[in-house]
Design a protein around this ligand. Structure first.
Ligand SMILES: NC(=O)c1ccc[n+]([C@@H]2O[C@H](COP(=O)([O-])OP(=O)(O)OC[C@H]3O[C@@H](n4cnc5c(N)ncnc54)[C@H](O)[C@@H]3O)[C@@H](O)[C@H]2O)c1
Length: 465
């Protein structure tokens, strides 16, 4: 198998998936290279814009999950605890994982059917259990085919990040959501972090005045994942070897995009330029590691630069720097920086400087107690309601639970979801567009308008309570 095939096909079970995926794979492969500079294709007849879409209320939400590895096992446990969930199906390639997750779900009072051992077992699960909501927590190459098929089966689909990694797949997801009238949300959990919610509330209240610039990042040394060859490292490592760009942009970008109302009336994504540093750290780590379970990683030609820096220009001419580095040994950061005419709010560590509110900027940032005293005045109402329970339930400090709880709440109350299908695609599109820009020595790439102009009338995300 060459590297291209490994990127497309690698997963924890080392199965070749797309060969057997049938119709969906063929449809994706057949999709012409729409997107970027070529404008938006026409919406199919009968399809409808999903920007402010609210589905009919569901009293009980029949939930199924595909992929219960490192991440999905946590989602399964949390979803099983949420009122109104009826857990109907658990699927993983690996029998032990599927059964373990299903046992946990069963202990919480559900009776899920369990599926495993076959690349397409999840399709059987969709047909037999007829879920209302399907959670896709598999390797990146499987997100698009699985959410597309889930929507076609009548379910709302929820994908882990990124929603997909080619622009063609993103259009296919948008088209399917619009044709089937089903939600397809990318689950960006960081948008439910306490600090992110506070900053969203502050910018909505005009604390920074007009917004000018943001900085978003995912700086998280994860080289040791290469040593984990039966889970996440088994497939991610090939991505890093093959692709050179900003491969995991949404944790940092999601919150900044919401601060700026991108894709929602006020502004939208314009274009992106991107540069990668030399690729050094992964090969170095692989050479030195004594714990690699896949010796092939020692000889992989890692193409992905250790640090990628991209700059997005929005339609209004605002800028966002997006960085990605999972290689360099240094402290974790998502930057979480937003700047307006009246000052700036920043994360990692938390800081703020606001004219007339914090001490004079020449004397430094408001940090620690000073930050907390101001920030707590802007505590987000949803965090006030759910933050304590979130902390107890855990998952990245509670943000995972807050996200999952909110998804179920929206489905039960017939509310629009907090992140629509277009946002998942815009935020994820940084991946393929940055790769193209890097390959073209930093040439600007235009974001496809996945909304086909609908962003101009899509309501800004409300400060929900
Ligand atoms: N939002 C976050 O904070 C966060 C954190 C970690 C991972 N993730 C995302 O979660 C996803 C999964 O990552 P992970 O670390 O759990 O990986 P993982 O390899 O541990 O888990 C993936 C699971 O999918 C299963 N799988 C693969 N092919 C399948 C198929 N055809 N049918 C059924 N199951 C199949 C595998 O057996 C495995 O158990 C990725 O998209 C990743 O980006 C998100």
């Amino acid at each position: 198998m060459n590297l291209d095939e490994k990127v497309m096909n690698s997963d924890s079970g080392r199965r070749t998936f797309l060969k057997t995926i049938g119709g969906v794979g063929a449809a994706l492969a057949a999709a012409t290279s729409r997107g970027a500079a070529q404008g938006s294709p026409d919406r199919a007849s009968g399809a409808k814009y999903m920007g402010d879409f609210a589905a009919p209320k569901l009293e009980k939400v029949k939930v199924a999950i595909i992929g219960v590895g490192a991440r999905g096992s946590g989602h399964a446990a949390q979803l099983a605890s949420i009122e109104g969930v009826d857990f109907v199906g658990v699927c993983d390639l690996v029998e032990g994982r599927a059964k373990k997750a299903a046992d946990g779900v069963t202990k919480k009072g559900h009776k899920p059917q369990v599926y495993f051992g076959d690349d397409n077992a999840w399709k059987k699960m969709l047909a037999e259990t007829k879920p209302d909501a399907v959670f896709v927590v598999t390797p990146w190459n499987l997100h698009a085919p699985m959410v597309i098929e889930a929507m076609k089966s009548g379910a709302h689909a929820f994908s882990e990040v990124p929603i997909a990694y080619t622009v063609e797949e993103m259009w296919e997801i948008v088209d399917t959501s619009e044709k089937t009238g089903r939600h397809c949300m990318m689950m960006e959990n960081v948008n439910y972090g306490r600090e992110e919610l506070i900053y969203l509330n502050m910018v909505r209240q005009g604390v920074l005045g007009d917004l000018l610039h943001g900085e978003a990042a995912y700086l998280h040394p994860l080289r040791e994942q290469m040593e984990n060859n039966d889970s996440t490292g088994s497939w991610r490592t090939f991505q890093y070897a093959k692709r050179n760009g900003n491969l995991y942009p949404t944790h940092g970008l999601g919150p900044v995009a919401q601060y700026m109302n991108l894709g929602r009336t006020e502004d939208t994504f314009g274009r992106i330029v991107s540069f990668s540093s030399p690729a050094k750290g992964r090969a170095l780590y692989a050479q030195k590691s004594t714990k690699l379970t896949n010796p092939e990683f020692k000889t992989l030609d890692f193409k992905g630069g250790d640090l990628n820096t991209s700059i997005i220009k929005t339609a209004l001419g605002r800028t966002i720097m997006v960085q990605w580095d999972e290689t360099t040994p240094r402290p974790y950061s998502r930057h979480n920086y937003i700047m307006g005419v009246k000052g700036a709010l920043a994360g990692f560590p938390n800081r703020m400087s606001i004219e007339g509110v914090t001490k004079d900027h020449s004397k430094g940032w408001a940090e620690d107690e000073e930050w907390e005293a101001i920030a707590s005045k802007y505590e987000h109402p949803y965090f006030k309601r759910m933050g304590e329970l979130g902390k107890k339930m855990g998952g990245h400090g509670g943000m995972d639970f807050l996200m999952l709880y909110r998804i179920i709440e929206c489905l039960r109350e017939g509310q629009p979801l907090d992140q629509n299908v277009y946002e998942g695609c815009f935020w994820s599109a940084v991946g393929p567009l940055s790769e193209k820009s890097v390959a073209e020595d930093g040439m600007p790439q235009v974001f496809p308008d996945f909304t086909r102009g609908g962003w101009k009338t899509t309501k800004p995300l409300a400060i929900i309570s």
